[in-house]
Design a protein around this ligand. Structure first.
Ligand code: SAM
Length: 279
């Protein structure tokens, strides 16, 4: 018998109308829906007349449920994995199931849709060419500050989730670690009635939040600018040498000479020469 497919399906993060057509049709067709919270998902599923059978799959039962779900997939059942909101596995359960499915060569197929981190990033106005999703910081202040310190020198844009209980304290810790000048965008209640996208610096944000208690309510994503990378004097020298040589010589020769002049590694020099010459 053919094996079934594990569908990893995104659901809305606040606005029901963001439910995708394919998500609805696959959820109707599968043999089983594994949901983070069945009572929570029932409301959404009923709205779309989805009556496939459902069971709970969450952080507290994943160890015992994973082999059962894998057995059913191996036996040919198609299973959909959903979480309370957004994309499963993104600060949500499912990692163990997806990992085991791969180990068993079971087909895993995504039905993409809402994800708070990506939605926030897309409206942040902060660089999106490189970003790091860091999820929820720890609850306690000491652990949270150490956690932020891990990203202190990160050049990529940083994306964090935070809850209303800790938003002010967490932003204050960010300010302490990343500095008051660092750009930050707070995205609150995305796709919901009180959606807010506020751009400021980490120095200004705690005061802005504290000035209006309503801004401390709901769900949050914080998008923080990465550290500005300073070119080392060595790299700056190399770039200058290469630029001059590239005016007269082909890339290969220019790199060879620049490597000799600066004493830097040939492949590193060649890579930069290609970039500078636009190849
Ligand atoms: N899997 C989800 C996703 O794809 O975004 C995230 C689940 S995680 C348990 C929940 C956190 O995501 C919230 O505490 C908040 O930080 C963020 N979040 C979810 N929905 C949001 C929304 N509508 N607006 C802002 N943040 C949201």
């Amino acid at each position: 018998m053919n094996q079934g497919t594990l569908y990893v399906i995104a659901t809305p993060i606040g606005n029901r109308a963001d439910m995708g057509e394919r998500a609805i049709s696959v959820l109707k067709q599968v043999d089983l829906i594994a949901a983070e919270d069945t009572r929570h998902s029932k409301i959404l599923l009923q709205h779309y007349n989805i009556d496939s059978s459902m069971l709970a799959y969450h952080d507290h039962n994943e160890e015992q449920m994973t082999p059962k779900l894998i057995q059913r997939l191996l036996a040919g059942d198609n299973i959909a994995l959903i979480s309370d909101a957004g994309t499963p596995l993104l600060s949500d359960p499912g990692y163990r199931l997806v990992k085991t499915a791969h180990e068993e060569s079971i087909k895993v197929s995504p039905i993409p849709g809402a994800c708070a981190a990506i939605a926030a990033l897309s409206v942040s106005g902060i660089a999106t060419d490189r970003f790091m999703f860091a999820g929820f910081p720890p609850h306690k202040q000491g652990a949270r500050q150490s956690f932020y310190q891990e990203f202190e020198h990160q050049a990529a844009t940083l994306v964090f989730y935070e809850s209303s209980h800790r938003i002010v304290a967490s932003v204050k810790d960010m300010q302490l670690v990343f500095g008051a000048e660092r750009k930050v965008v707070l995205a609150r209640e995305i796709t919901k009635l009180f959606e807010t996208v506020h751009s400021s610096t980490l120095g200004e944000l705690p005061e802005w939040l504290q000035a209006d208690n309503n801004q401390q309510k709901g769900e949050f994503v914080l998008v923080v600018d990465g550290v500005e990378v300073q070119m080392s004097p060595q790299s700056a020298e190399l770039e200058q040498v290469l630029k001059i040589l590239l005016e007269e010589l082909p890339v290969k020769q220019a790199s060879k000479m620049a490597a000799k002049i600066t004493g830097m590694k040939k492949n590193q020099v060649y890579k930069l020469a290609l970039e500078l010459s636009g190849k």
